[in-house]
Write a protein that binds this ligand. Structure first.
Ligand SMILES: [Zn+2]
Ligand SMILES: [Zn+2]
Ligand SMILES: [Zn+2]
Length: 208
């Protein structure tokens, strides 16, 4: 069965898209966060929850690594909400055009999600839905996450102000994936395959 993975297989199809996406964004979205730093594992703030835009492509690192190696760089801090990575709007809005991405207030800070989250089901007839993955949204935004916006830009070859052509295809594909899927544990989207975290139930048997 085809499912939502069809929305994530698009490679850089338009050269124009490259200029619309900061070089570090894709790396950020595929970086696993919240492992314990190998160099500072005994310290209290050793969770790797930082990402450096100037060393794009590098791994996540901890508070102490930041002080040691990135203290003059542009670093953003990743936070967690229900095991999903979020970033504060106040930290990223000056670095990235986040227009069209749903934001949420969590712990009194406005945040947005880095990646699409697997969802068990979506009610039909929701007022607002992500154009890429079909997740229902609280407000009339176009994307649930930065990852879905990136897919949208790649797919359309231009920024957030795009025509409707192609969008309806995506929406149909997403709906098929969602409404016909009966598995209680849908596969994670390919955009987050690089993540290997403790606490993801269906991956646990690999290690222990
Ligand atoms: Zn460290
Ligand atoms: Zn750096
Ligand atoms: Zn989405």
């Amino acid at each position: 069965m085809e499912d939502s993975t069809t929305t994530t297989t698009t490679t850089t199809m338009a050269a124009a898209a490259a200029t619309l996406v900061p070089p570090w964004l894709e790396s950020l979205l595929s970086t696993p966060f919240f492992s314990i730093c190998q160099a500072h594992g005994d310290a209290t703030r050793s969770e790797c929850n930082m990402y450096c835009l100037d060393c794009a492509g590098g791994d996540a690192f901890c508070y102490y690594c930041r002080a040691n190696r990135h203290n003059t760089h542009r670093v953003i801090q990743i936070r967690r909400s229900s095991y999903h990575d979020v970033v504060r709007v106040s930290e990223i809005q000056s670095l990235l055009d986040i227009g069209g991405v749903q934001t949420y207030v969590i712990n009194s800070a406005r945040v947005l999600f880095l990646n699409e989250r697997p969802q068990p089901k979506t009610a039909k007839g929701v007022a607002h839905a992500c154009e890429i993955c079909g997740r229902s949204l609280l407000d009339p935004f176009r994307f649930c996450s930065l990852g879905c916006k990136l897919v949208g830009i790649r797919r359309n070859g231009e920024g957030s102000l795009v025509g409707e052509k192609g969008i309806s295809e995506l929406r149909e594909g997403a709906e098929h994936g969602i409404f016909h899927c009966t598995s209680p544990l849908p596969l994670p989207p390919t955009t987050s395959n690089a993540r290997r975290r403790k606490g993801v139930p269906h991956r646990a048997p690999l290690r222990s």
